[in-house]
Each structure stands twice: as structure tokens, then as C-alpha cells.
Design a protein around this ligand. Sequence first.
Ligand SMILES: Cc1ncc(COP(=O)(O)O)c(C=O)c1O
Length: 376
Amino acid sequence: MDWTSLRNEFPVTRRWAFLDHAAVAAPTERARRALVEWTDDLAANGVVTEGRWLKRVEESRQLFGRLLNADPLDVAFVKNTSEGIDFVAEGFPWRPGDNVVTSADEYPANLYPWLNLKSRGVEVRRVAIRGPRVDLDDLQAAMDARTRLVSLSFVEYASGFRNDLDAVGTLCRERGAYFFVDAIQGLGVLPLDVQRTPVDFLSADGHKWLLGPEGAGVFYIRRELVELLRPVSVGWNSVVGAWDFSTIDFRLKPHAGRWENGTLNIGGVVALGASLGLLLEIGIDIVEQRVLELTDYLCERALSAGIEVFSSRLPGECSGIVALVVPGADLKELVRRCRGAGIVVNQRAGRLRVSPHCYNTHEEIDRLVEALPRPE
Ligand SMILES: Cc1ncc(COP(=O)(O)O)c(C=O)c1O
């Protein structure tokens, strides 16, 4: 793979060493062009060329089918991760006394929708983490006969810990619980095959590792579970004959499409598809290898500068997110100072968070490490 020429696909590289994909990524040149083209076409033609863009939405759906190894019909476009989590939290047939198991340190998007179920008698069990790790035995110990669902991130946003989705999904199957994955910190950079990995529901916004604009993401639901959920926020586009407006025939689509209740964020979905097309052309396995190589390099450089790496870098546990401990540093100030030097990183949970994508370079990592304060 020619990583140097790939940089032409990323306008952000002109100004920044951009190492903050766990926050809000800069979309690819293809995504930028798709959005401009859509806006220009809409402004010039309105509904006249709508069919062309609806076709492009379906092409994006096909790409997500390929990404997840799913039937594209099992993928619905959503406005963000939270929307997909709410589809399940609000639509699940809870009974008072049921519980949901999750990790204590999940991003709030994957906690509040479950905590909101208290009034329906559902308990949320937040398993404490051990260092950077969500421990499988701890999850197992928190589960009982009333555990209906486990909800975890693919990759934990603060520590970068990559959950073993195969192991957790298998545990859920054995215990008769469903498995929800907040995939935003992994999808696009780590492979996930829903035919192989027992994931029941998944939601991910597109503005991080998938390199799309904000406000366009995906929700996946295993086909046999469609009838399990009460579809919240149904609309004209949820039904089989959606485009026949003069016939009222309330038969819901038999797949994820029923959750696309109305008009989509067409520009956003098409732009997201443009970026995903690029990632799939490279190959997600190759993207993963590159990101792990860059993050390994970052950890080596940081350690040799005396900076502690908080994230687990064990195979199967490492991801594109590296959390560094920079003792005594005012992290907000450090992030600001890095930006002043043209380097974009972030801080979460009292640590510096660095999250390179495949188009970043070893030189950019060097620049970052050189900009960090050395421990006394
Ligand atoms: C694990 C995780 N879930 C969800 C989100 C964002 O949620 P939403 O797409 O609903 O804004 C983030 C953003 O940082 C995240 O790290």
C-alpha cells in the first residue's frame, strides 16, 4: 500500500498532524466532494434529481453490508450512535426486575439510554474496569438469570481497550442474553463480521474512524430480532409501501429499514459511503495493521521518552486509541499547545488520548512525542 499517495485523499494533512480520530475526524476528499456535489445539485434542481441520490444512499448501504458481512437490508442509517442505542433501549420488551450489564466507564451515550429504564424497573449493572481492561470474568459475574442484555463498546473511548466481541457475544448466547455493541470507536478500522461474531444489535456514528461527516451513522439489527423490538419513532418510510403515499397500509418493513422513519440525511449518508468506499478499497485488515503499527510505534517512542502508556497493547486488546499518562501536565493546556504546533490530539479521563488513522505517518508521531513534556 502506498501510504504517501493516500494522503492526497485527506485534505486535513495539509495543515495538521491529525491524531484525534477518536473525537471528530476530518472527512476524506471523496466525502467532501460528495457533500459539495449533493449540495450543488440540490440547490440547482431540488427534487428533480432526487432519484440519483437515493440510489447513492442504497450504494452506501451496500458498502455497509460488505463492511459488516451483513445483508444490506439489516443496516439502517441513523443520525448518531445514541439514536440506535435508544431504538433498542426503548423498544426492548423489558419486564420489571430485568437488568442490563455494561462497563462502568462506557461513554455516556452507552449509559444514559439504559439508566433511563429505571422507571420501567430495569437495573443497570456497571462493571468496574481493572486498569484499562473490561474483564470478561467480571462481566460474567455481574450476569444472572434476569440479565436480558449486555451493552459494550467495541473499543472503550478513554482507555482504547478493545473488547473481545466474540467472547462476550458467546457468553451472552450461553446465558440467553442479547448483545449490543456501540461500535463507533472500532468500525472502519477494526474488522467485524456479524456472521461470525454473535452481535445482536450495533450502532455507530460515522464521524470517527469511518471518516464521514457528523450526523450520519448506522444501526444494525439481526434479522430474527426485528419483531422482538417495538419500533419506536415509526414514520412514512417505515412501511413496505412507503412511496405509495395515497395508500395507508400499515405493514412495517421486515428488516432494519423500519427504523428509517422518514427522510434521511442524504448528503451525510452519501459522503459517509464515499469514505467507506475508500477504506474498503484499502481493505479493513490492511487499515487495522497500519493503525496498530503506528500506535505500536507511538507507544515505543513514548516509553523511551519516559511517558507511561495506560492502554493495553496486548494483541486482541489494542486499538487505534492510545492513552498516555503525562504526570503533572495541564492536559487542556497541553492539547492547546499541541494544536499551536499543528498537532491534533485530545484528553480524556485525565490522560492524553492519541488516535491515528491509516494515513498518518511515523514522522507525525515523532513530532507529537517531541512536543510532549518529559517526566522530571
Ligand atoms: C463510545 C462512544 N459512543 C458514542 C459516541 C458518540 O455518540 P453519538 O454518535 O450519539 O454522538 C462517542 C463519541 O465520542 C463514543 O466514544
